[in-house]
Design a protein around this ligand. Sequence first.
Ligand code: G
Ligand code: G
Ligand code: MN
Ligand code: NA
Length: 254
Amino acid sequence: LKLENALRRALEQDQLSLHFQPQHELLSGRLVGAEALLRWKHPELGWVPPAEFVPIAESSGLIGPIGDWVLGQALRQLRSWQAQGYTELCIAVNLSAAQFRAANLPERVAERLERAGVSAASLELELTESITMQDPETAVLAMERLHQLGVRVALDDFGTGYSSLSYLKRFRLHKLKIDQSFVHDLERDDDDATIVRSTISLATSLGLQVLAEGVETQAQHDFLLRAGCQFAQGYLYSRPLPADEFSRYAARCM
Ligand code: G
Ligand code: G
Ligand code: MN
Ligand code: NA
């Protein structure tokens, strides 16, 4: 309850911010987008990790206003980068279970896009595999409505949440994000290497894009490139950056 009250104040007192992790196309090396990651710096506690406060935001209902803030802030930042000339950049925003289940999600997303002056095609919403599989029939409908809006959907943490392959076909998905736990030991663990190769084939044969998360070494990068993975993000390229540092990073990439 203490953390819940602190989180309520965090939103009012500007303690929340976004960091942006670069995403690259493997073949060309091109910078294609950024994943927005929520950060909370409490005046006494310091940085509180999202793994600690997102569940509290969910159970307290604060995820509604916080999620709206994240979406608005991410889109305003994207608009500013696009105005600086990075016209092809896209932004990926994580959705929590409660946000995804809200009946008015498409309307809220549409309103934020319009307010920020950003086209729906530059926004990607990340849903975890477990969120979608909790209630797959509802997920099918929600994804259909987001698709009609022109917003793309990526399945985050793929491989950790027992997706049913039949739903994978019915979901209006644009991208699979291979969880970093499979990328980490790629070079040493044959099972992980097989899972990663199979996920890339699965995505490709379903007509989906595929991105590998948590790429930290050149050897992992080379493996993924050879295996036909299209996109990657991870410490090898950059950690998540504050907006101004991301701008400097983008300038170096052009
Ligand atoms: O940011 P970090 O590097 O610690 O990310 C940890 C997890 O926190 C991410 O995998 C993601 O699932 C979650 N997360 C980060 N930002 C957001 C956000 O804006 N909304 C939601 N719902 N989850 C987020
Ligand atoms: O949304 P998702 O659960 O995928 O969040 C990504 C998380 O992974 C964030 O917490 C981010 O800071 C972290 N991360 C991003 N790149 C790397 C990486 O190369 N290695 C590790 N260990 N973590 C990473
Ligand atoms: Mn994510
Ligand atoms: Na992930």
